[in-house]
Design a protein around this ligand. Structure first.
Ligand code: ADP
Ligand code: MG
Length: 692
């Protein structure tokens, strides 16, 4: 019997392997780089590279790759083999420190939003030693950051690492004020819960929309959707269970802490959650998880859909970003403490997050903005596009008491004086959980629930870390000047609650009244990517992100451009796919069907109500479909003429997407009227309930 402990991490060049294959001196030096960012000496790099190669070759690897995360979201890799010619006509396997530390992918066709538009078309990848190298499919993967020669970040990892640094610097200032001098470093951790759909591959292959865009662009609701809610946490079908077991095993081999798996609300929808880790490693792991999920599905004759909204009318897929801040001494700064000092410190960090989320609502919203996720946010299944924080009644009660200087506990009439009073014990009862909140406090962490299933978690965490770092900076500036720390602290927390309590909302986020209420409170409701993304360039956002050296101003311009461009291209491909399916599949099929019905009537020389009414309705729908199709084609032609990405995105929102909706409606109705064997591709009932 193969045991998990034996193969867990067997494909990872982790601590245990390093200790085994590196000399003590090299290991110690590498550890200093990993733990404290001390620059790596080339002799050490050479020794590490050689040991890494020997280890990889012994595991059957022939190639290595610098693995990185370009701004488009997916990961990128270029494989080089270890072979080098030997004088005797044979080959030797070689890998140098230089090759480990730095790579030069010919990356001129990765999006750079103009950053490398001029003479320097190349960027380079730099090894990130804090994230372990691993072997996948016969290749040694080296996690790397991707930069231009002028030092600009061309990926998502560089700004993520910078945001973690920024938070570290500011959090240490705060901890020092509380007398915490033994803490050397503060890091954020993330546990991302990943949702996905599994559908049979043979059905997927028959749908151009799924193949080209990852989602269905047409499809009428089947008689049964998710209303019975019998799928959520339901028993897992054998074929799915086999997939999940295989997936766990592959992830474990790669050292990924896959922990929880279950069915989700929608039919064919499932979830996987790992145990949380330091954010940059969690980001690498999540990227790898998504890739492995799709690969393993293929082996099982399935396709894993990571799109945010594969099916209209059933829940889409998201990713919950469970986030906390902790010290290298093992303290989670978002855990309510047991004594007055810990409590005061907790309340300060809590207020900082509240203020950060309020001040930078737009950055959080845009960090998850993509064409796919727009279909989810605001629909009655996912958090709304409005950012708010759920704290629960108990904690909200404490904040109220601090703000108003009233007792938080009516029994003891105790008032909350920071640094003196003790917080009540919070129950961590799960019934107090609010599943509709986009940003919920869940006992000792915040759960940011707006991420789309295919989003890289890096973006959300870059902005979250940055926003919190900025608020901690402001707090530290103020408190460092204070004559009496305790009084100043109390006043600061109180003022922060008063000024930012509008962002706290414990009610139902799916309720229509909330939209009106949020507007009254002055909260943002950025409904689409086209509305959200340009706010990246707002003065306050540019100031914050450049102040903490998370982005340069030109990086921000380029990122805004890339993301809007991605939005426009995604929708354009969807629109063209619709036009193609209508012209080549849908119109011909329903024409044939209604023609056959008409033919039957002629043959029999008798008319029937069924045939007559269907022929009539389909004729009307065919005209509607044709007109809507022409209109959509024209809209895309117009779109091609716009070269400014902000204008193009607005045109997509205002013209192209509505034209797509208009085309979908009559097609979906025609589908319900057409005999199954005439319809050119599998319908929702088969896609959603096709796995036995
Ligand atoms: P849920 O009820 O939302 O599924 P869980 O307790 O199962 O909540 O946790 C979900 C995710 O949160 C898991 O990935 C878990 O590892 C992660 N998590 C738990 N504690 C923390 C923490 N302190 N910081 C970050 N993530 C955490
Ligand atoms: Mg959760």
């Amino acid at each position: 019997m193969e045991m998990v402990q034996d193969y867990f991490g067997c494909m990872v060049f982790d601590e245990r392997v390093m200790k085994g294959v590196l000399s003590e001196k090299v290991y110690k030096s590498l550890k200093r780089t990993i733990d404290r960012g001390v620059p790596l000496d080339i002799t050490v790099a050479n020794a590490v590279a050689s040991a890494m190669k020997d280890w990889a070759v012994s595991k059957g690897a022939t190639h290595y790759t610098h693995w990185f995360q370009p701004e488009t979201g997916v990961t990128a890799e270029k494989h080089d083999s270890f072979i080098n010619p030997a004088p005797d006509g044979r080959v030797i396997m070689e890998f140098s420190g230089k090759e480990l530390v730095k790579g030069e992918p010919d990356a001129s066709s990765f999006p750079s939003g103009g950053l490398r538009a001029t003479f320097e078309a190349r960027g380079y990848t730099a090894w990130d030693p804090t994230s372990y190298a691993f072997i996948k499919d016969g290749t040694l993967y080296i996690p790397t950051a991707f930069c231009s020669y002028t030092g600009e970040a061309l990926d998502k990892k560089v700004p993520l690492l910078r945001s973690m640094d920024a938070l570290n610097v500011q959090a240490l200032r705060i901890l020092k004020l509380f007398g915490n001098t033994d803490v050397r470093c503060v890091k954020t951790s993330v546990g991302p819960e990943q949702e996905y759909f599994l559908i049979p591959e043979e059905l997927y292959r028959q749908r151009k929309d799924l193949i080209m865009t990852g989602r269905t662009l047409f499809g009428a609701m089947p008689p049964k959707g998710q209303e019975m809610e019998d799928h959520y946490f339901g028993s897992i079908k054998p074929r799915i269970a086999e997939y999940m077991a295989d997936l766990d095993k592959e992830l474990w081999k790669l050292g990924i802490l896959a922990k929880t798996k279950h069915n989700e609300v929608a039919p064919a929808q499932h979830e996987l959650a790992p145990i949380y880790r330091t954010t940059n490693i969690a980001a690498d792991n999540n990227q790898l998880t998504m890739e492995v999920m799709q690969k393993v599905a293929q082996k099982h004759g399935l396709v894993c859909l990571l799109h945010e909204k594969p099916f209209e009318g059933v829940n889409g897929s998201g990713k919950h970003n469970n986030w906390s801040i902790s010290t290298d001494t093992g303290v989670n700064l978002l855990t309510p403490g047991k004594n007055p000092y810990e409590n005061a410190q907790f309340l300060l960090f809590l207020s900082a997050v509240i203020k950060a989320v309020d001040d930078y609502q737009d950055l959080l919203r845009l960090s998850v903005a993509t064409a796919g996720n727009d279909h989810r946010l605001g629909a009655n299944e996912a958090p709304p596009a409005i950012i708010s924080i759920f704290l629960g009644d108990e904690l909200s009660g404490v904040l109220d008491a601090i703000e108003n200087d009233t007792p938080y506990d009516s029994a003891t009439r105790q008032k909350m004086q920071l640094g003196v009073g003790v917080l009540p014990e919070f129950s961590k009862d799960t019934t107090d959980r609010n599943r509709t909140s986009p940003f919920a406090f869940t006992g000792n962490k915040f759960e940011f629930r707006m991420l789309g299933s295919s989003n890289s978690i890096s973006c959300a965490n870059i902005h979250l870390n940055g926003a919190v770092a900025e608020v901690l900076r402001q707090f530290a500036d103020e408190l460092e000047q204070a004559e009496d720390f305790k009084t100043a602290l109390h006043e600061l927390v109180r003022r922060t609650i008063r000024e930012h309590k509008r962002i706290i909302f414990n009610g139902n986020g799916y309720d229509d009244n909330w939209v009106a209420e949020a507007e009254k409170r002055g909260l943002l409701n950025l409904k689409t990517t086209a509305d959200a993304m340009p706010r990246l360039l707002e003065k306050k956002n540019v100031e914050m992100l450049t102040r903490h050296k998370i982005f340069t101003e030109s990086e921000l311009h380029s990122r805004c451009d890339i993301m809007l461009d991605n939005y426009v291209k995604t929708v354009k491909i969807e629109a063209l796919t619709m036009v193609d399916m209508v012209a080549k599949q849908i119109l011909p099929a329903i024409s044939r069907f209604s023609g056959d019905l008409a033919g039957n009537q002629v043959t029999r020389n008798i008319t029937t109500k069924y045939e007559t009414s269907v022929i009539k309705r389909i004729s009307i729908l065919m005209d509607e479909i044709f007109d809507a199709d022409v209109a959509l084609e024209e809209a895309v032609e117009e779109l091609k003429k716009i070269d400014n990405s902000i204008e193009a995105s607005a045109y997509v929102r205002d013209v192209v997407l509505p034209a797509m909706d208009k085309l979908r409606k009559p097609v979906d109705e025609a589908e319900t009227l057409t005999a199954e064997d005439y319809f050119p591709f599998p319908t929702y009932d088969k896609l959603l309930f096709g796995v036995r």
